[in-house]
Design a protein around this ligand. Structure first.
Ligand SMILES: Nc1ncnc2c1ncn2[C@@H]1O[C@H](COP(=O)(O)OP(=O)(O)O)[C@@H](O)[C@H]1O
Ligand SMILES: Cc1cn([C@H]2C[C@H](O)[C@@H](COP(=O)(O)O)O2)c(=O)[nH]c1=O
Length: 243
């Protein structure tokens, strides 16, 4: 009796002389900022590579501002920096042309992928049997799905919300990312603004010397994201500060 969990296409028919190829998968791990996505990405890479598999790590807009995947736990690893114009199929093929195997891809900051790039990842899984592990934010600062996240939710074989809870200041699980500019929560602006959840720079320092503004993110529960309340005494617009 064949194993029903293994797609028939991966099981050579009797007499079929094709080498049985293990099926590959497109896996997407998502959550709010600071929930452990980059850490998990590096753990997956570690466990895959120690079994002799060859991986390719890609990222964009890492908080280190370097072509690296870096975790707040302190781990980091070199990665290929991509951008919305990168053809991921050609990127993998160029590694093959250089004689480098690519058994799996680790894609961090996957929220920044274009839908077309997500489709390229799916094609690499289906046609070239490359396992793809993607890690990214669920929603942007407006609590809307990123385009790359939406496409991954539509086509990934496996979708998992990362289980490490990030807490809102009120103690409830934080699911949504608030953008804080000069101390106030904002709901308009560019979707992509690379910044951290780190505490604000020292007085007089700013994140963006060009504009002099300080930008960071804060993870909130749904209620306080809706209210725009960044803390127990910080009232959102038109909201009484509630203890
Ligand atoms: N000093 C620390 N000791 C243990 N865990 C830490 C430490 N600093 C950060 N972390 C863990 O790392 C998580 C953030 O990991 P990271 O991979 O950078 O998140 P993401 O990529 O989702 O923003 C935090 O939620 C916390 O669990
Ligand atoms: C909510 C939100 C975030 N970003 C940026 C901010 C960071 O640079 C990354 C996410 O980093 P993580 O800690 O590894 O999750 O995304 C953005 O550009 N736009 C947003 O709305």
């Amino acid at each position: 009796m064949s194993d029903p969990s293994v797609p028939l296409a991966a099981v050579p028919a009797a007499g079929d002389r094709r080498r049985a190829v293990a099926p590959a998968h497109l896996r997407f791990f998502h959550g709010p900022m600071d929930c452990g996505k980059s850490t998990l990405a590096l753990q997956v890479d570690h466990n895959q590579s120690r079994q002799g598999r060859s991986g390719l790590l890609v990222t964009q807009g890492d908080r280190s501002a370097e072509p690296r995947i870096s975790s707040r736990v302190g781990l980091s690893r070199d990665a290929v920096e991509i951008d919305p114009g990168t053809d991921l199929t050609l990127l993998v093929r160029s590694h093959w042309a250089d004689g480098r195997r690519v058994d799996y891809l680790i894609v961090d900051e996957a929220q920044f992928l274009t839908p077309a790039q997500v489709d390229q990842l799916a094609e690499l899984v289906d046609a070239s049997h490359v396992d793809v592990y993607a890690f990214g934010l669920t929603t942007d600062f407006r609590a809307r799905l990123f385009a790359g996240t939406q496409r991954l939710l539509e086509v990934a074989d496996d979708v998992q919300r990362i289980q490490v809870e990030v807490l809102c200041w009120c103690g409830l699980p934080g699911l949504l990312n608030a953008r804080v500019v000069d101390g106030a929560m904002v709901r308009s602006g560019a979707t992509v603004v690379v910044a951290d959840t780190a505490p604000t720079p020292a007085p007089g320092e700013t994140d963006d010397p060009a504009t002099g503004t300080e930008v960071h993110y804060q993870v909130l529960c749904r209620r306080h994201h809706v209210l725009g309340q960044l803390g127990p005494t910080a009232a959102g617009p038109g909201q009484l500060a509630l203890s």
